[in-house]
Design a protein around this ligand. Structure first.
Ligand code: NIG
Ligand code: FE
Length: 398
């Protein structure tokens, strides 16, 4: 029989993480000694090694571990310049405040579309090489109608999950005129930007947007047909998490400073708590209390928050290692949060797991278990990356 067009078998997988408990052992639904067949971009079959039908292509896992592709549900890849001096000053004791965002806004406004696209594309490739197969990215360093709009054009070119973050901070030329800036964001800026985005986000924080302004912006996003996400409770306790839950946001991101009412609100909702430990690492701040969230039954995702200010990393394996070592997550919990958790934070049911019907997104690890991602921190364990059945990475030898 001729193999189906566009078919790939990943052969001799020693340990497969499916994230579907009904398919295997534990929460991760672990299967042993299997092959996975992907047809036309979608997982078509999983079964014992050596029993699959013929396919166009073969990828040898050689007994290694295979996990679902990482879902990085929170990045800011559209920017120009870097802020290494700010990072260096922080490591010498200076505190982070959101003021550095203005330096990136200035650099982004003066960059060409080609320069912005080059940076974003390079970072996306960097993420892919480390196993990321779905990546959300945002505007937020333009803060004028035309700059936000072109940042979203760049985002659309590199990502399937695009977020409008015109409400990152009040644009510098609107200093002291917050209400006028909110009117710009909720009016002409959203009119121009909503067609290029799936999501609307707001940075709800002292120094950015307070409760009333953030609520107004989220309502406007919703009215423009966008789903909602909130940068919430990153630098201090505040109303962001409660607002995210009240508005039915898909995700409240950061969740670093929570009180009991915030945890309860998340636990009784469909809003995912997306934790971004790269930001705490890079700002030398206390990490979010992941255990408290997990024990309360909150859905948790892990993402990089890649941006030039607070977390200049594209590496989901690094984030997993931080979550395990610094936030007391088990390796299984961290892997689940970095894959199925991210999918949930993006309200996607076609990614984040490996089972028939899911997109064929997977990572072959140069390791026998997924726990090695935290056990061997800082070591490149990504041997091959497959996205929608297409090989992206280079296979390493064992
Ligand atoms: O998610 N919190 C707001 N935005 C970014 C940081 C932006 C910056 O410092 O450039 C974040 O951490
Ligand atoms: Fe962010």
């Amino acid at each position: 029989m001729r193999p189906p067009v566009g078919s790939l078998v990943v052969r001799d997988i020693g340990l497969l993480v499916t994230n579907r408990p009904e398919l295997g052992q534990g929460q991760l639904g672990v299967m042993r000694d299997v092959d996975v067949v992907i047809e036309n971009g979608t997982v078509a079959w999983i079964g014992s090694t050596g029993t699959s039908q013929a396919t166009d292509e073969v990828l040898e896992a050689a007994g290694r571990c295979v996990v679902p592709g990482f879902v990085d549900s929170h990045t800011h890849l559209v920017f120009a310049g870097d802020r290494v001096e700010e990072f260096t000053a922080r490591m010498a004791g200076r505190r982070y405040d959101a003021g550095g965002i203005f330096a990136t806004v200035a650099a982004t406004r003066s960059a060409s579309l080609i320069e912005l696209t080059d940076v974003a594309t390079r970072l996306k490739r960097e993420a892919e090489a480390q196993g990321t197969t779905t990546l959300e990215t945002k505007s937020g360093y333009g803060l004028t109608v035309s700059d936000e709009s072109r940042c979203l054009e760049v985002a659309e070119a590199i990502s399937e999950e695009v977020t409008f973050l015109g409400a990152h901070v009040v644009a510098p030329e609107f200093r002291g005129k917050e209400q006028e800036y909110v009117a710009l964001v909720t009016g002409p800026m959203l009119d121009a930007c909503a067609p290029k985005a799936r999501w609307c986000d707001v940075f709800c924080e002292r120094g950015a947007f307070g409760l009333d302004a953030a609520r107004e912006i989220l309502h406007a996003g919703l009215a423009h047909g966008l789903g909602l996400r909130v940068h919430a409770n990153q630098l201090s306790r505040g109303p962001g998490v409660q607002l995210a839950v009240e508005m039915g946001a898909a995700s409240a991101d950061h969740c670093t400073h929570l009180d009991a009412a915030d945890v309860d609100a998340l636990a009784g909702s469909d809003t995912v708590a997306t934790l971004l430990p790269g930001a705490e690492f890079c700002t030398r701040s206390p990490y979010p209390d992941a255990r408290r969230l997990l024990e309360a039954g909150v859905s948790v995702a892990l993402a990089t928050d890649c941006n030039p200010g607070t977390s200049y990393t594209t590496s989901m394996p690094f984030v997993i290692a931080l979550a395990v070592r610094e936030m007391n997550m088990t390796p299984d919990e961290a892997l689940f949060a970095a894959t199925a958790g991210g999918a949930r934070a993006l309200r996607r049911d076609d990614i984040g797991a490996l089972a028939p019907g899911f997109r064929g997104d997977l990572v072959v690890l140069d390791a026998p278990t997924a726990a090695h991602l935290a056990y061997r921190p800082g070591v490149d364990l990504v041997a091959a990356v497959v996205r929608a059945g297409r090989l992206l990475g280079q296979q390493n030898s064992r």
